[in-house]
Design a protein around this ligand. Sequence first.
Ligand SMILES: Nc1nc2c(ncn2[C@@H]2O[C@H](COP(=O)(O)OP(=O)(O)OP(=O)(O)O)[C@@H](O)[C@H]2O)c(=O)[nH]1
Ligand SMILES: [Mg+2]
Length: 323
Amino acid sequence: MHRAGFCAILGRPNVGKSTLLNHVLGQKLAIVSPKPQTTRNRILGVHNVTDGDGAQIVFLDTPGIHRGRSPLNRTMVNEALDAAANADVLLYLFEAPQTAADQLAEHFELGPAERVVIQELTAVVQRKAGAKLVVAVNKVDRLRDRRALLPVLAGLEAALAAANPLALVPICARTGDGVTSLLAEIEKALPEGADVYPEEMLTDRAERWLAAEMVREQVFLLCDKEVPYGAAVEIEVFEERERDTAEGGRRDIFIEAALTVERDSQKGIVVGKGGRMIKEIGMRAREEIAGLVGCPVHLKLRVRVEAGWTERADAVRRLGGFS
Ligand SMILES: Nc1nc2c(ncn2[C@@H]2O[C@H](COP(=O)(O)OP(=O)(O)OP(=O)(O)O)[C@@H](O)[C@H]2O)c(=O)[nH]1
Ligand SMILES: [Mg+2]
């Protein structure tokens, strides 16, 4: 009995959704940073299960569900809710609190931002016939005492009763602890049927799009405050060149990208003193892209300002990578 279908990874920003996708695929596809709202677009990643009757889990990594009001924030949240509405399995990722076990037992309570996510996901499950909910409690490595999980699991179960979750699985997306059990639960929740995509397909995103993301990731990692939230990256040239070497034809890739920010002051930060920051962003991004494409990469970055682009719907469509 072969199973196949879509599983959307959903939850608040920064809970580890992209880390989990990368761990499952065994490859870095989605960008990750310690700051919330890193992911802006839905990213598809195909995981094939070869044990038993086999299965294909088509994961959709999504932006975190949050209450930001700007057109960029709203578009991101819509992207996540669209993925949820089109999925067979909703994987709700919740981040284990860092509070000590004895405090949790007395005071564990879901915050208002978490309740918004629960409400949205419950609405999707209730609306869509056949949609299933699986819950993962991530970052359990941060709990010094595993007993802290008990009040958390009980609280989640109560809050999610109307969505009827099939399982609640503690995991650590960073190390992969618990992920095998989680995958087994997702597989059981998928509909029977043939693979959705060819077995060798990893993602629906082109190298060109992933390269832009890897530049954006470095802005998230290296620049503080509001700068990453006003940054967008467009690839202007992506040229694959065959080189004749003694070992035969090996390609290299020449990339030119524009890094857009919202204000002149942000441009100053992104360029840095004597161009040091933009050089660092370029160097690190180039290494990441080379790792992805498996060949040498040349990357040229220019920085431009488009005043207040995150506040304008048309500019958000164009610069935010939304299709
Ligand atoms: N300690 C710990 N940290 C984790 C774990 N999983 C992810 N993180 C960290 O949490 C931070 C956020 O991870 P992401 O994967 O970017 O989270 P996300 O949910 O995709 O975030 P957005 O895209 O902003 O919604 C990063 O610093 C990760 O390294 C985990 O299992 N344990
Ligand atoms: Mg993410």
